[in-house]
Ligand binder design. Structure first.
Ligand code: SF4
Length: 300
């Protein structure tokens, strides 16, 4: 990691420890500072590896609880999209997430191999976000170990994260970087249903949204403003609006310059997206983190 990158990283970790991170992220200061330093880069990219999860959290803001038939995604398609995307922009921080990425370790190993061998120069850091319920295989541990840019980020859900200590001990022993996030509560984003509200309120929600600044999402060959939009669309909860996503596979983006413009159209987008009308990210309601539900949730 370069000196400047280390400084940005230190600032982000400190802000998180002081619980100031959501405020800083919402303000956009951090993203603007990084963009000034790295103008050809997007700051964050969330890469969805799977819809499957080892937990079923009732209040998951990414809507994983609504999947009746969740699937592991095609890793070759993910790599193909990344190849096209990374030809157009660099990524400062790439996050691999699900669901729970360690439910599909073969795909994860293949993705890590690609990131280490082919994409190394185009990516600053790699985080894998896990709920600490699975201890990876030896082969997977080796793949983690072989990528020095990589960090395992544990979301600690107390008793539910019953493999966290064991996995963290392995990380220590194998010199794999890791971090434990200890969020005490979640914000309730509510069900993905259309809110009857004035446009100004939707715009205000979008303007202050933490996800839209930190969670540009790559999912099934398309780039989204946030993961909630990606899954709400895939689950059929919101109508598809072409100008609110980028289809990476579209032949018109064979030219990297055209894709660069389209990607920044998403990252710098000023007008709210349709998904924001189905989202309560600004509800201000705190909920206990990771409450488990028995079966897939329903919007009604
Ligand atoms: S749908 Fe809109 S308000 Fe909700 S998380 Fe995404 S960008 Fe933010």
């Amino acid at each position: 990691m370069s000196g400047t990158n280390r400084l940005f990283h230190f600032a982000a970790v400190t802000a998180r420890k002081l619980h100031l991170w959501p405020i800083i992220a919402r303000s956009g200061i951090y993203n603007r500072a990084r963009r000034r330093k790295y103008p050809d880069s997007i700051v964050h990219l969330d890469v969805v590896l799977t819809e499957c999860c080892s937990l079923r959290c009732r209040d998951c803001s990414n809507l994983m609880q609504y999947y009746h038939n969740p699937a592991n995604l095609d890793v070759n398609e993910i790599i193909r999209s990344l190849q096209i995307l990374l030809a157009a922009v660099r990524v400062n921080q790439l996050k691999i997430l699900g669901g729970e990425p360690f439910v599909c370790q073969k795909q994860l190993i293949r993705l890590l191999e690609y990131l280490r061998e082919e994409a190394d120069q185009r990516i600053g850091e790699i985080d894998i976000i896990t709920n600490g319920t699975i201890v990876p295989s030896d082969e997977c541990i080796m793949a983690l170990k072989e990528n020095p840019k990589l960090k395992v980020v544990f979301s600690n859900y107390g008793e539910l994260s019953n493999k966290l200590s064991e996995f963290a001990d392995i990380c220590k022993r194998e010199h794999i970087r890791y971090e434990v996030i200890e969020d005490k509560f979640w914000w309730d984003f509510g069900k993905p249903v259309l809110r009857d509200e004035k446009e100004g309120k939707t715009q205000h929600r979008y303007d202050g949204c933490y996800s839209r600044r930190l969670c540009t999402t790559l999912y099934r060959g398309r780039l989204y403003v946030c993961p909630r939009q990606a899954h709400a669309l895939n689950l059929g909860f919101i109508p598809d609006c072409d100008d609110e996503t980028v289809n990476i596979m579209n032949p018109e983006f064979a030219e990297s310059e055209a894709l660069y413009d389209a990607v920044y159209g998403i990252v710098d987008r000023k007008k709210y997206i349709t998904a924001c009308r189905y989202c309560g990210s600004d509800s201000g309601i705190k909920v206990e983190r990771a409450i488990q539900s028995e079966r897939p949730s329903d919007v009604s």
